[in-house]
Design a protein around this ligand. Structure first.
Ligand code: BGC
Length: 812
């Protein structure tokens, strides 16, 4: 195993446990299970969660006198429970159940092994039984199988250190789970499961089936428990007989095993999880039973699981040394556990918080903008599946546009099962206890993110089969939406897009305005113009067929395209004080007393909550939650950004861009983990010396839980993938167009040495390695064609089986 691939946690810390549960989640793209302790089923420090990608349910709740409907990624029955106690002999009374809260807990250690994809827990207890002190050692290894996505397993090894007697064990499936992982949602109904049935099968299998209450997805789990006493004595061990206890919503096996010092007892639990949503499944209950009955023992499962992970790591190689490298590997691990090659078989999007918790209800936002560019160059089939999730919901997005009197596709800000708008109407400010109107559904810029991903995916993968069919259809309908949203303003001789919310969620209305939304958000307008530009490019370059067929089907005639051409060149971008305005009127808003607020509150990342609790609003101030205008520098390399503005008839030179960066840097609270990624990325080019601070913020966002306890409710997948892409594209300046890899490195002293292996247009293993002052490019022998690279003023080809080192211009 490569070194430094583990994350270790020492000691039991109830205050940190939910954070660890998130960070120690194991998953395989089909489902994931939080790193919760199997010994307990309750307590505030403990939140077991198992989530299947795309398994949503909708419920209506009443809050603040209003009836609100929410769709949630459902917390499924807990397959983990396994608890134990000791007795003097098999038929004598036993001790209390052990668990992390047991007063005799002596050691507690938890190791997340990224290379193997396992979570190992080591516990040591002492207890007095009949006056004698006894010590029990427990080692437990867990996996959620990366090769067979419906399987998970738990192996627990018990060691009696200084006593003989019996071990009493309960291994269960618990169907009493609800969605209760986010304190802010506590007033909402979280009872998503119904029709729960338990059963036993043969001597060693438990079954539990249920169904989501409104979406009617049938869910089935089957668990096989096997226990061997004296596992170390070399004789073929005899499994211990199990007693079945079936409750209405729980199913348990009980077993009593003799134990003596030096003769460990091993208990294995192998679990299968299926739903009626799975492809190629008719009866999830039968599928789970069949799978668990046929599954091999833990050792074989572990071996095939590790082999599957090894294959994944090979495709996603990212070699960065030191602490940044360790964190990046953890990020990659969680990205792959949420979006693995298994995801390519599913109809799911990018859940903002992974499959790691219930924040944002498992919804799909624009965060894929930070995820797909990374995946494109390693797992293009996963990117494509995620884009197909959007394409399947295109009719719904067209209907949403139509309902607001516009044409084309208006994608929802938050998407779930069927692509309707899932953004909440009200959200709770935990600081004030008030439910506040939520206008985030006006973030129509999500459409541009989807179009951007379609385009970049097409460039990186060369998958014209997708780009010229579903991809083009999606992009053209988004372009059409922007064209219909842009209103011509004769006074300004420009097109304007009014009533939107940009990426910065702190501005959802003008102060005191009766209607929500702001006008001419620069990010929205510029990306709209860019999308229209790409749509026109497609119209010009798409081959025949399928061009005519598609354009006819969409009713896209030359006249409409001519309109797009005009709009794409004349969308308005506001400016003030020599910088790009975040939106019309931003420069007229009051200045916030940043120092005063910092002094009073310390952490002011969630300034919106602070001000609302004071009876004020962020809408009044030049204060942004996250990168908004600066997002443009994240999406577009400098030359492309200048060209986009030039096409719009605005001169945005380097000086104006740097002034814009400085301006917003002073006015941003970084209340989203995405903000650190974008600022690190943009500053690496615009203000080199300050970049690392933001890169670090992005790197430590989840491991240090910088957003005030939110990681416990699920990791921030966009920021995790964004940090990978920060290395992959941000620091290398990598762009793919015209069958060429274009490079424009912006190495940071703190991260000046790294290596990547990319997959590009069907070619595997393209190597990029940066060192101070040099760049190494390589193409493996197995590839068929040479690869073309361009670095600012030089171009070269690398033929298969060779490498080429080029000197880099000195860093700024
Ligand atoms: C951010 C959004 C993001 C969402 C989900 C919010 O806090 O402001 O940009 O899409 O979280 O990650």
């Amino acid at each position: 195993m490569p070194e430094d691939w583990t994350w270790e946690y020492e000691g039991w810390d109830p205050a940190e446990e939910r954070l660890r549960e998130s960070l120690c989640t194991l998953g395989n793209g089909y489902f994931a299970t939080r790193g919760a302790a199997p010994e307990t089923t309750g307590g505030p420090a403990h939140y077991p969660g198992t989530y299947v990608a795309g398994c949503y349910n909708r419920l209506v709740s009443s809050v603040a006198g209003l009836s609100v409907e929410n769709e949630d990624l459902v917390n499924l029955p807990n397959w983990l429970p396994l608890r134990y106690r000791i007795a003097e002999t098999v038929d004598r009374p036993a001790s209390a159940w052990f668990g992390p809260n047991h007063r005799g807990l002596l050691t507690y250690r938890q190791v997340l092994d990224l290379w193997r994809g396992t979570l190992t827990r080591q516990l040591r207890f002492t207890d007095r039984l009949r006056g004698d002190r006894r010590h029990l050692g427990v080692e437990q290894v867990r996996l959620v199988h990366m090769g067979s996505p419906h399987l998970a397993a738990l192996r627990t090894t018990f060691t009696a250190e200084d006593w003989s007697g019996a071990l009493l064990i309960e291994s269960a499936i618990d169907g009493r789970t609800t969605n209760a992982g986010v304190e802010r949602y506590r007033e909402l109904d979280g009872h998503h499961l119904g029709r729960i049935r338990t059963a036993a099968e043969g001597p060693d299998i438990l079954r539990l089936r249920c169904a989501t209450r409104t979406s009617g997805i049938r869910v089935a789990l089957a668990a096989r428990t096997t226990a061997w006493p004296n596992a170390a004595d070399g004789r073929a061990p005899q499994p211990v007989p199990l007693r079945v206890r079936l409750g209405e919503r729980t199913a348990a096996h009980h077993l009593t095993v003799p134990i003596t010092p030096g003769q460990p007892v091993v208990v294995e639990k192998v679990v299968a999880l299926h739903t009626s949503h799975d492809p190629a499944t008719s009866d999830p209950d039968a599928a789970a039973l069949d799978q668990v009955a046929r599954a091999p023992g833990f050792a074989d499962l572990l071996e095939s699981h590790q082999a599957a992970w090894e294959r994944l790591w090979r495709r996603a190689e990212l070699d960065v040394s030191g602490e940044p490298g360790r964190i990046l590997r953890l990020h990659l691990f969680h990205v792959l556990q949420t979006l693995s090659p298994h995801t390519a078989e599913l109809d799911v999007g990018v859940p903002a918080r992974g499959l790691h918790g219930e924040a944002y209800r498992g919804h799909v936002f624009w965060d894929e903008l930070f995820v797909l560019p990374y995946l494109n160059l390693h797992f293009p089939e996963v990117s494509r599946a995620l884009l197909e999730y959007r394409h399947r919901r295109l009719p719904r997005a067209c209907r949403a546009a139509e309902q607001t009197g516009r044409a084309g596709a208006m994608y929802p800000w938050q998407s779930g099962s069927d692509g309707r708008e899932e953004a909440q109407k009200l959200h709770l400010n935990p600081r004030s206890g008030r439910w506040v109107a939520d206008h985030s559904y006006l973030q129509h810029h999500v459409g541009s993110a989807i179009a951007y991903n379609v385009w970049r995916y097409g460039q990186a993968s060369g998958d014209t089969e997708f780009l010229y069919t579903k991809g083009a259809e999606t992009l053209l309908q988004i372009a059409r939406f922007w064209a219909s949203a842009a209103e011509y303003d004769p006074a300004a001789h420009r097109y304007r897009i009014r009533g939107v919310v940009g990426p910065d969620e702190y501005h959802d209305a003008y102060p005191g305005a009766p209607e929500p939304g702001v006008d001419d958000n620069a990010y929205t307008n510029v990306t709209a113009a860019w999308v229209l530009g790409r749509a026109l490019e497609l119209a010009e370059t798409m081959p025949e067929p399928p061009r005519q067929e598609l354009f006819e089907r969409l009713g896209l005639a030359d006249e409409e395209l001519a309109g797009w051409e005009d709009i794409s060149r004349r969308v308005r971008v506001p400016f003030h004080a020599g910088v790009i305005s975040q939106f019309e009127g931003y420069g007229d808003l009051a200045e916030l007393d940043w120092d005063g607020y910092r002094e009073q509150y310390g952490d002011i990342r969630r300034l919106d909550r602070i001000l609302e609790a004071e009876g004020d609003t962020t809408n009044r101030y030049q204060a942004s939650k996250q990168a908004d205008v600066l997002m443009l520098g994240y999406l577009f390399p400098p030359a492309e950004l200048a060209a986009v503005f030039q096409r719009l008839g605005y001169a945005v030179d380097d000086a104006l861009w740097r002034a814009t960066v400085d301006y917003y840097l002073r006015r941003t609270s970084h209340g989203s983990t995405l903000s650190g990624v974008v600022h690190g990325w943009v500053l690496a080019r615009a203000r080199h010396s300050d970049a690392w601070k933001y890169c670090q913020e992005a790197l430590t966002g989840d491991v240090a839980d910088l957003q005030g306890g939110t990681t416990a409710e699920g990791i921030h997948l966009g920021a995790m993938a964004g940090t990978l892409d920060l290395v992959q594209r941000g620091l290398t300046g990598l762009e793919i167009r015209d069958d060429t890899l274009w490079l424009d490195p912006a190495p940071l002293p703190e991260l000046s040495e790294f290596g990547l292996t990319l997959r590009y247009r069907g070619q595997w293993g393209i190597g990029l390695r940066m060192k101070p002052g040099q760049l190494l490019t390589s193409v493996p022998e197995s590839n068929e064609a040479p690869v073309r690279f361009v670095l600012v003023d030089r171009a070269w080809h690398v033929t298969p089986g060779t490498e080429r080192v080029v000197a880099l211009p000195p860093a700024e």
